[in-house]
Design a protein around this ligand. Structure first.
Ligand SMILES: *Cc1c(COP(=O)(O)O)cnc(C)c1O
Length: 833
């Protein structure tokens, strides 16, 4: 251990360092009592073991070192940790020869804990949840990210309701991370060549149970002042800063893996920010295997997975070509590529010299496996990337989807943890989640209702404390601060609404008709209450105005007790909110929310979702689980707001307050049960990771290995195959089709001329497009033989049921190789008409 503590711990307590540095404490709460014993007051303020260890006094250390009960507990904790580490987990027990040796998950942000603030929002929280799941399942996934000196901004709302941004310094010595030591015993520094200089990148690591997160930062004393700041802010600087961050993440990340000798077969790019890794991976492959850049791409691409997260082109990073050229000038020489060929890797139109260099495009070209993050988002993404598959039907654009999930043990409350343990056992989130719905469905109404009440109580207490603290920080009067202790009511229907204040998320939809909302909040018999949080991007004036609107609303004297705005939305606040709310509201403008995960975090706690049919909710929603705002079209703000109010007035509020003689709202509890038992397993990162493993990582690892064998023989063959198609494709053309009907079959015969292309390099298909009722279909046509007297002309034939009219059918020729992912890796296609 090379951890920074202000003093050495007594021998008997030294194991505390090991426990505090393992971020498993962010989701396993078995040790909480131990830390609480050490420093109860500090623990109450900041439940962060690493902070406790750094601030403990010598006197307290001496006491603990002589406290036999404490030492016993400590030993048990250490035993427990070593057990977790040494036992084979669920995935490790299922390993076989197709399993990847290791998957490296690259992400600009990781949201593991507010104690390691390297995230801005959903993308980072997803990455953090994913690593925790990898640890729990014992799946060979490691994380690669950046260690920001300041990270994302912290939000302060001033007395006028204006958002102020603060960037407190993340002193690495007070973060639960440690330097990574290289083979020579020194702190590992990766060296990257930049124009005119070297960039030294320091490597850190965080321990996440069984797995590791490697973090890179540029704050090395040997770097110039400007370069030291490359990893200062998350989403802070301009285009050049962003490009340099992506260089550190992608190029530095791969260089680091090689320096440490960590063998990785699959690279998973969490969003296009990490795209440059595909270049560095290919470059190193060229060197090791002595092949060309294109051949290296054919080999390594099989092992690269790209997950796209945005539904709008503006969400992609696109850099000015001159900027990319400045940084790539020397680097691209090693690829033996011209400048234009290099820049074309990030372009849709390789011939357009003005087109920016788009890293999502690079990722698409550099990854054989591409996916979006919900079913609806896959449709949107296919449209966004359709330009790369000209003449392909939209539904064949090779972008699949794996819907996101959340790491349930990070989001459940102590109460729901206990509840689930009784129904499904302690190990329920340590493997597959099939089979959890059934025991949970048997839970008793009264117990579920008690669960909701306890969680709501805790949330109200937390909100009061946080509000009082926030007012104190703002310098509010003691009277105002003490009034905070009286806001909200633990027995009132509690709605939560927290998100990035971006226009498309419509955080103010509920404010469309303030009078109508006020009536709901202040109803004498059946009131509701509202807790709101969220940050606006520092440059987003519109988002900030939306915050101000809520701020002003919450300060109306008649509403102060019914609605609160909690500032500085972070993981800790999100956890409390999602554990305690009865209903979570989400109002994105469809289809702008690629997936959204916040609503999933309430599932394990029995909270219900009230959301537009966007992202994950579009595939999860059923009336027995929750409520849908609007009708699934792209409703106007007015119509959606009206739908939202109406659902609250006519369904949500009546259902919550319809108590029977035992005081239980039966239909409400029924929804809680259905939602928690069926949706929590389905939207867990367990399901998500297993899907990535089965559908992406295993095929990726298997194919990557095959392409690498014998000096990348197969990769070279694939490159040769594809290059030949590129040269000769223009020669493909069709003769006149013959069709005839026989009984209930159509028979087609078609002459096809392939020029220099071998018939083995293509597939000829009979295709009918989808039309309202009927799905698209394609039928393989078989070669009957050569056309007499023609050079490289062949007759292809096929028969299909005559249930569709003959004019529905057309033929097409497409590139074909059984070892390639198609059309992802080679999109050649020609149509008969
Ligand atoms: C889950 C989470 C998000 C993502 O929320 P969405 O509304 O689903 O985009 C953002 N920030 C924090 C702190 C979260 O915990």
């Amino acid at each position: 251990m090379y951890a920074f503590l202000p003093r050495t711990l007594p021998e008997t307590l030294s194991a505390l360092t090991e426990l505090a540095l393992d971020l498993r404490w962010t989701w396993s709460h078995a040790l909480d009592a131990l830390w609480q014993t050490i420093e109860p007051e500090l623990w109450a303020r900041s439940p962060n073991p690493w902070v406790i260890l750094q601030n403990i006094s010598q006197k307290r250390l001496d006491e603990l070192a002589g406290d036999s009960i404490f030492l016993q507990d400590l030993n048990r904790a250490i035993e427990n940790r070593r057990c977790y580490l040494s036992e084979l987990g669920w995935y490790a027990r299922r390993r076989d020869s197709d399993s990847p040796i290791r998957v490296a998950y690259f992400s600009m942000e990781f949201g593991l804990s507010e104690a390691l603030p390297l995230y801005a929002g959903g993308l980072g929280v997803l990455a953090g949840d994913y690593l925790k799941t990898a640890s729990d399942l014992d799946a060979p996934v490691i994380g690669i990210g950046l260690l920001y000196q300041e990270g994302y901004f912290r939000q302060i709302i001033d007395a006028n309701g204006d958002q102020r941004e603060a960037y407190p310094y993340n002193d690495p010595t007070s973060l639960p991370v440690q330097p990574t030591i290289g083979a020579d015993g020194a702190w590992l520094k990766v060296e990257l060549r930049l124009p005119g200089r070297m960039l030294f990148v320091r490597v850190w690591q965080a321990i996440i149970g069984r797995t590791r997160l490697y973090l890179l930062d540029s704050n090395d004393v040997r770097n110039g002042a400007a370069d030291r700041g490359i990893t200062a802010k998350l989403y802070g600087g301009g285009a050049e800063m962003r490009l340099l961050q992506e260089v550190v993440l992608g190029i530095g990340g791969w260089a680091m893996l090689e320096a440490l000798g960590i063998e990785v077969e699959v690279c998973h790019l969490n969003e296009g920010h990490a795209a440059l890794v595909v270049l560095e991976r290919a470059r190193r492959f060229m060197q090791h295997t002595n092949v060309s850049f294109r051949e290296a791409m054919w080999a390594t691409r099989a092992g690269n997975v790209f997950t796209t997260h945005t539904p709008v082109p503006a969400g992609f990073d696109a850099f000015p070509p001159s900027l990319v050229y400045t940084y790539a000038r020397e680097y691209l020489r090693e690829f033996n590529l011209s400048v234009d060929d290099f820049l074309a890797l990030g372009r849709l139109d390789p011939t357009d010299k003005d087109e920016p260099f788009n890293t999502a495009y690079l990722a698409l070209k550099g990854c054989a496996h591409v996916n979006s993050v919900s079913r609806l988002h896959a449709e949107v993404s296919r449209r966004l990337f359709s330009g790369f598959y000209p003449r392909w039907p939209l539904d064949e654009v090779p972008i699949r989807h794996v819907t996101n999930g959340v790491h349930m043990p990070s989001w459940d409350s102590v109460w729901s943890d206990h509840f689930w343990t009784c129904a499904c056992g302690k190990d329920r989130w340590l493997g597959t989640v099939e089979g959890l719905a059934e025991p949970m469905s048997a839970s008793v109404d009264e117990s579920l209702w008690t669960l909701a009440a306890k969680q709501r109580h805790d949330l109200v207490r937390y909100a009061r404390e946080r509000l009082a603290w926030q007012l104190g920080q703002r310098g509010a009067s003691p009277q105002l601060v003490s009034e905070a202790a009286q806001v909200l009511d633990p027995n009132v229907l509690t709605l939560g609404l927290a998100r990035r204040f971006a226009e498309y998320k419509r955080p103010n939809l509920l404010l469309k008709d303030p009078a109508r909302l006020t009536r709901l909040l202040t109803d004498a018999q059946r009131p509701l209450q509202l807790i709101i949080a969220g940050k606006a991007h520092p440059e987003d004036a519109q988002g900030k105005a939306l915050i101000r609107e809520w701020f002003e609303f919450t300060h109306r004297s008649e509403l102060r007790r019914h609605v609160v705005f909690l500032e500085d939305y972070d993981l800790a606040l999100a956890q409390h909110l999602l554990q305690g709310v009865d209903v979570w509201i989400n109002t994105p403008r469809r289809p702008r929310e690629a997936c959204g995960t916040s609503g999933m975090k309430t599932l394990c706690n029995g909270g219900l979702n009230l959301s537009t049919l966007d992202g994950w909710w579009a595939e999860a929603y059923r009336p027995e689980y929750g409520w849908a705002i609007g009708s699934g079209g792209d409703g106007s703000d007015e119509a959606d707001a009206d739908s939202l109010y109406r659902l609250l007035e006519e369904e949500v509020v009546p259902a919550f307050y319809a108590r029977d003689a035992q005081g239980v709202p039966r239909s409400w509890v029924q929804r809680m049960r259905a939602s928690t038992s069926h949706l929590a397993p389905r939207f867990s990162t367990n399901r998500m990771l297993i899907e990535y493993m089965e559908r992406f990582y295993r095929p990726a690892a298997r194919t990557y290995r095959r392409r690498c064998e014998s000096g990348a023989r197969l990769a070279r063959a694939l490159h040769a195959w594809d290059s030949a198609l590129a040269t000769d494709w223009h020669e493909v053309h069709f003769g006149a089709v013959e069709s005839r009907r026989e009984a209930d079959q159509w028979h087609f015969r078609l002459p096809v001329y392939l020029g220099e292309i071998s018939p083995d390099s293509v597939k000829v298909e009979l295709y009918a497009a989808a039309d309202g009722k009927l799905p698209a279909e394609s039928t393989l046509m078989s070669a009957e033989g050569s056309i007499a007297g023609a050079i490289s002309g062949y007759i292809f034939s096929a028969s299909v049921p005559a249930s569709r009219p003959v004019e529905h059918y057309t033929a097409r020729v497409r590139a074909w190789h059984e070892e390639a992912f198609l059309p992802a890796e080679s999109a050649w296609i020609a149509w008969q008409r």
